[in-house]
Design a protein around this ligand. Structure first.
Ligand SMILES: [Zn+2]
Length: 401
């Protein structure tokens, strides 16, 4: 049986769902590019004599050995993208999984546990606004009712999109039996940062930082931009601007992240002082205490400045994800086996969702610029192949003894 090499698989996937205008990818849940990626996955599974399986939540599986035997070692990632995303986020993990299996077969490895490669559906949440839908449904942290309520930007409901793509939306929901048969899950992913920029090409994930979104409402008073004296104004734009600067300064001091990436202004007129500025803060830190203190400090800075500006500040937490600690013994085993550094990450992953249910680990492959979720996302070929070799070593260690 001849199977395509890493380079050949990479070349096959490269044009799928790529925008000629931006060079970025538009592989969104249940669209035609997603269907092409899924067909590619099935073809790779069958071409290697693996048992292909589609689960109730739209995740694809390729099995070597008996899926019901228990203690399975699972690897894989996702094939969907953010709007105008890069080629590596997701596909690197899936392609590397098939290549690592090929490598193990060429080493003559004897498997003592079932092995599976998985493509989790709708990891990025680009279409329905919730990330990791496939793994969240499987782990039972997103209910079918919640999923049924999701709509895309055109108003298409998630179950309708699934049905149109040929899947049965009535079957979605927690899949405890499946998770109970998995002994370990290892996801390889391109690094979305620069911890590996100098040094080794592969690292092991320590934890996913806690993160959340907070909405700041700055209430001022609308008035004429020309006739209102400076001292008579209650301008929420000033309070907002100072809060952005304070967030940046305090995040830097705390070694954390704080970003105002979205803002809405009322009435949004060039010649009117704003009555309301609404700014969304995305903040992340290595631990929950640092994150809480950082957001409190930003809130205090906003309130103090608001006092001076005659602006009332209101804060609403819109979402929050606690810290995800990957399985300690598994992490240490991988780091020792590969002699690889342990790195933190500020991004969410399917592995982070599954970590609460099964022993889970992640490998990161060096990203020289750290750029991700962009067409400029990149990893060198030699580093990708080092990732494949590392994943093969890990799978051999976990599934062949
Ligand atoms: Zn990803």
């Amino acid at each position: 049986m001849t199977v395509p090499s890493f380079e050949e698989m990479w070349a096959e996937l490269l044009p799928v769902g790529r925008s000629a205008a931006s060079g970025g990818y538009r592989r969104f849940a249940w669209n035609s590019a997603d269907a092409e990626c899924r067909a590619w996955f099935e073809q790779q599974a069958r071409g290697r004599g693996l048992a292909y399986e589609l689960d109730r939540n739209g995740n694809q599986w390729a099995w070597l050995g008996d899926p019901t035997a228990g203690g399975a070692v699972v690897t894989g990632s996702h094939l969907d993208s953010v709007p105008d995303g890069g080629a590596f986020d997701g596909p690197l993990g899936v392609v590397s999984s098939f290549a690592a299996l090929d490598e193990l077969r060429s080493r003559g490895a004897e498997f003592t546990r079932p092995l599976a490669i998985v493509n989790f559906g709708d990891e990025e949440g680009a279409r329905f606004g919730v990330a990791c839908i496939g793994s969240r449904l499987t782990a039972g942290v997103l209910s079918p009712e919640q999923a049924y309520g999701l709509r895309d930007a055109d108003g298409v409901r998630l179950p309708d999109a699934m049905e149109k793509a040929g899947y049965d939306p009535t079957a979605i929901g927690a899949d405890e039996d499946r998770l109970a048969r998995i002994g370990a899950f290892v996801e390889l992913h391109v690094e979305q940062g620069r911890c590996l920029a100098e040094g080794q090409p592969v690292g092991v994930a320590g934890a996913i930082w806690p993160h959340g979104r907070w909405r700041f409402d700055f209430h001022g008073e609308a008035n004429h931009a020309g006739t209102t004296r400076i001292e008579d104004r209650r301008d929420p734009m000033l309070t907002y601007a100072n809060t952005v600067l304070a967030a940046r300064k305090k995040a830097k001091q705390a070694g954390a992240r704080a970003t105002f990436g979205k803002v809405a202004v009322e009435p949004n007129g060039t010649n009117a002082i704003a009555s309301l500025v609404r700014g969304w803060l995305d903040s992340r830190a290595a631990d929950e205490r640092t994150l809480t203190e950082l957001v409190e400090a930003i809130e205090r800075a906003a309130a103090e400045r608001g006092e001076r500006d005659g602006v009332r500040v209101e804060l609403t937490r819109e979402s929050y994800t606690p810290v995800v600690d990957f399985d300690g013994p598994l992490r240490d085993r991988l780091a020792k086996l590969l002699d690889a550094p342990v790195l933190p990450t500020g991004a969410g992953h399917d592995a982070g969702i599954l970590a609460s249910a099964i022993p889970t680990a992640m490998l990161f492959v060096r990203n020289p610029t750290g750029v991700s979720h962009s067409p400029a996302e990149h990893a060198e070929q030699a580093d990708c192949l080092a990732g494949v070799a590392a994943l093969a070593d890990v799978l051999e260690d976990l599934a062949c003894q």
